[in-house]
Structure formats: C-alpha cells, structure tokens
Design a protein around this ligand. Structure first.
Ligand code: SF4
Ligand code: SF4
Length: 477
C-alpha cells in the first residue's frame, strides 16, 4: 500500500511535499512549510492528526488542514509576498560601455578590450535612458552601471550620477545607484566622487589571488590586487564597507577550494559573500568543457561552502553571511521579498527590471541583452527615450517572457515543493532549447533544487535556524 493510497483530499488544505532528510517537507503557496516524520505525514494525509497535538496546531496555523484554514490571513500573506507585481520595474541596468580591460573566462557581456569608443554610451543616449528609467511608476529605483568595465566611460558615468540626483530630487523617487566594476581604473578622486554620492560599489572577487587571476586575466595588471586594494579602501572610508560588496563566480577550478574562497572573504572582513553558479549558455557555453561543471558538482561545492560559513558563525569566528542563502531564506522564513528578480513568478524581466545597452536599446533583463551581444535580439523590447515607456511595456516579447516565467504553468514546478520560493528563466530556456518554457527539469532547476534541499536540511537544526532567521531578516548592504 503506498502512502498516497490513504490520502483524503477533503481532510487537508492545498500542499506540495518532498522527501527530505528521512521525513517529509510540506509547503504551501504562501511559503508556509513544516517538517513531518513519516508517521505524521501519513496521519496528515489520512486526516488523522490528533486535534490538540502540537503538530495539529502547526499544520492548522500554516493552513495545511482542511476546513479550518484562515483564508483571509493566508490571502493577505500571499498578497504581501507578491506585492512586487504592482510596483513596476525598479532595477535598471545600464551598460555604459562594452569595452573592458579584463578577459574573464566566463564573461557573458559581449565586452572586448579591442572595441573602440564607439561602444561607449554618449550623453544624449544617457539622457534618453534616464527618460525611460524615470518613467517607471516604481517609487524606488536602483540604477546599476555595468559594462564592459563601466568606469572606462567615466565622463558619462559621472554625468549620469549627477543627472540621477537631479531627477530624483525633482521626481521624489528614492534612487539607489550601484556600480559594478572590476576596480582596475579606480582612483582616489573617483572613489571620493562615488562615496560622496552614496554610490554602492560591487566587484568580483573569485577567491585567493591565483584562482581569481586565472578566472579574470587582466593583461598588464593584477586583477586580484586591484579588487582587494579598493575593497579595503572602501571599507576604511565607510567604516565597515557598507558601500563595497563583492561576489564570487564559481568555475571548475574553484570546486575544491570552497574553504580558501570563504577564508579570503573572512580575511578581508567583508560582511557577506555572494556565491553564484555559472549559467551554461551564451559565451560560457563555448568554454564550458574547461570552466563548467554539473549541477550535482555545484550543489556539493555550495553545500560545503555554506556549511563552513555556518560553522564560522556558530563558533563565533566570523559573522560573514552568504547572500544566495540569504535570498532563499528571506523567501522561506519571512513575508517579504528579497528583490532577487530571477526567483520570482513571474520573473523580473521587463516588469521588475530593464537593461539598456550602450546605444539605448532596451532589453527585458541583462541576460537578454547578453544574448543580443551574441547576435540574437529576441529579448530586445524597444529603444529608450521620452514617451517610449508605454510602447516598451506593451512589447510582445516582454509579455511573452512574463507569461513564460509563471511557475504555475511549468509542468515540473506546478507540483514542486519549492515552487513558492523558486522561479524559472525564459532567457535560459530559450538559450538552452529554443523556446521560453521549461521543458523538463534541467541544469538551473537542479542547482536550485539542490540549494533548497541543503538550506531546508540545515533549517531543521535549531541553532542554524536562529542564525538563518537573522540572515533572512537582515537588510543587504
Ligand atoms: S525550477 Fe525546479 S526547483 Fe524550481 S520550482 Fe521548478 S521544478 Fe522546483
Ligand atoms: S528572463 Fe531570466 S535572467 Fe531575465 S529576469 Fe527573468 S529569470 Fe532573470
């Protein structure tokens, strides 16, 4: 007799489940979850959970029991968790140049050292981009400068920072400005300019020097030394580095070096480390044999790195936080949304973010722009400029991407226990198999499934749960 043969649907509320760590994880659409033993799960399915027991109270409060759920409270929770649907695009990624002085092995941005200034955004284009950005109804905006190396187009970068300040003052919108830079052309004067204007600076630091420099060759320079030098300077000037952040892109060479990678960040005194996996499409696909790995290899690596970070925290040796875990935990443990646009349903493409190429072309997101840099403009949704916002939002490609990223309509996600916290990526699907929908659980799904498994397993430990509650409720720098 299978477990499900005792299932009495009228005795339970809606739920999804997954076998995990010798028991069952049960989740609901509002993100509520519970861990049940085999016995408890069987009782739950058959409607035999004893009223008055602790497990009955937990299941009732989470809305998992049939009949007694507080539907109004659950609906309010669902609305809060999905309030991003009503906000409009808040993240605007602006490519100031496609030029770059690095030759990173995993670069997807279509950048090149040999490009001329013709690949730079000009001031008139910058004005048009700002017209579109400030047309968004979102009351709070983030403008993120990327490249290439955006600081190579410093005249337009500094021009836009000042123009954003003016437009923010006039419009009453709150604006966060962020610069994603390899820091190789940073100077004291530029840092002064940026910090005075509260610009957040984010760089890549892939671990110890040999690993970082192998991933991120800088002809004629030392990429690791520059990143570390300026991260230290930012930390010193901001008394804790709240404006300087770094992220790790994991390549095959890093898989066995999780401890050294984390130690490098601890040594630097950063508050967090953001560990990210490689996507096997676009430019990375060409070199996948040398830098790529399987989803299982990444999940094993990530689990070890996260366990080590947890151990450092619980032993009091460091208070460093891992940001991928923080994002998942904010979705799992709180009623808020971490504003991570790739794990939403629908995803953030067009409705949460837009990306602007140096020539003013607008894309659903940066990944859509990267495909265009490789010659496929499927995710181009218009050109920036005054009065263009409505047309961009009505673009059929945008509507298709939004529809295709609703997890309820993906066969695998509809019954997945992690659906309330997860998201699918139409750009990934398109690059992978030529259409926007997820055909079957692939690499990206397997990575997230493994990460969710690991995080949920850790959540069963009370001490770790306490730490994870702190991470989930923290505000990222
Ligand atoms: S993408 Fe994979 S892990 Fe995420 S909800 Fe869908 S099936 Fe689950
Ligand atoms: S299409 Fe993919 S990369 Fe673009 S916003 Fe959606 S999930 Fe993110």
């Amino acid at each position: 007799m299978t477990l499900l043969s005792c299932y009495k649907p009228d005795k339970t509320g809606f739920f999804r489940h997954r076998r995990l760590a010798g028991g069952y994880l049960v989740t609901g659409d509002t993100g509520n979850f519970d861990f049940l033993t085999d016995r408890e799960f069987k009782d739950f399915l058959s409607g035999c959970v004893k009223p008055g027991s602790a497990v009955h109270a937990r299941l009732r409060d989470a809305g998992f029991l049939g009949g007694g759920a507080d539907v109004t409270a659950l609906a309010a929770k669902w609305r809060r968790k999905n309030s991003f649907l009503f906000g409009g695009p808040s993240l605007h990624i602006v490519v100031l140049t496609r030029r770059c002085n690095h030759a990173c092995s995993y670069c997807q941005s279509g950048s090149s050292a040999s490009r001329s200034g013709k690949a730079d955004m000009t001031r008139p284009v910058a004005d048009r981009v700002l017209d579109t950005i400030f047309s968004s109804p979102a009351p709070a905006l983030t403008v993120e400068f990327q490249g290439g190396e955006p600081a190579l187009n410093w005249p337009v970068l500094s021009y836009m920072v000042a123009a954003i300040e003016n437009r923010a003052a006039k419009s009453g919108k709150k604006v966060i400005i962020s610069l994603v830079s390899n820091l190789s052309v940073m100077t004291e004067a530029r840092l002064d300019f940026l910090l005075k204007r509260n610009v957040r600076i984010c760089t890549s630091l892939d671990g110890p020097q040999a690993l970082h420099n192998a991933n991120r060759p800088f002809p004629g320079g030392n990429s690791h030394a520059m990143a570390v030098k300026w991260l230290k300077a930012i930390k010193k000037r901001t008394r804790g580095g709240a404006h300087g952040d770094a992220l790790v892109t994991v390549t095959r060479a890093a898989l066995s070096r999780w401890k050294e990678m984390v130690d490098e960040y601890v040594k630097l005194g950063t508050t967090g480390i953001f560990i990210r996996f490689l996507n096997p499409f676009g430019a990375a696909k060409r070199v996948w044999a040398s830098i790529g790995y399987s989803a299982a290899e990444y999940v094993a690596f990530y689990g070890k790195a996260l366990d080590y970070i947890v151990e450092l925290n619980l032993s009091g040796k460091s208070s460093i936080m891992e940001h991928s875990a923080r994002i998942l935990l904010t979705k799992i443990l709180t009623q808020g949304d971490p504003n991570f646009l790739d794990l939403r349903s629908p995803c953030g493409a067009g409705i949460g973010q837009m990306a602007y190429d140096y020539d003013g072309s607008v894309f659903t997101c940066d990944e859509g722009r990267m495909l265009a840099a490789m010659g496929d403009e499927a995710f181009r949704i218009g050109a920036a400029g005054p009065g263009k916002y409505g047309g961009i939002m009505a673009n059929p490609a945008l509507k298709s991407v939004v529809t295709a990223s609703v997890t309820d309509i993906q066969v695998s996600c509809a019954s997945c226990a992690y659906k309330p916290y997860c998201g699918v990526c139409p750009v990934y699907n398109y690059a992978e198999h030529g259409d926007l929908f997820m055909h079957q659980p692939g690499y990206r799904c397997a990575v997230y499934m493994g990460m969710f498994d690991h995080v949920f397993k850790l959540l069963r430990n009370k001490k770790v749960r306490g730490l994870f509650e702190k991470w989930a409720n923290s505000k990222p720098a």
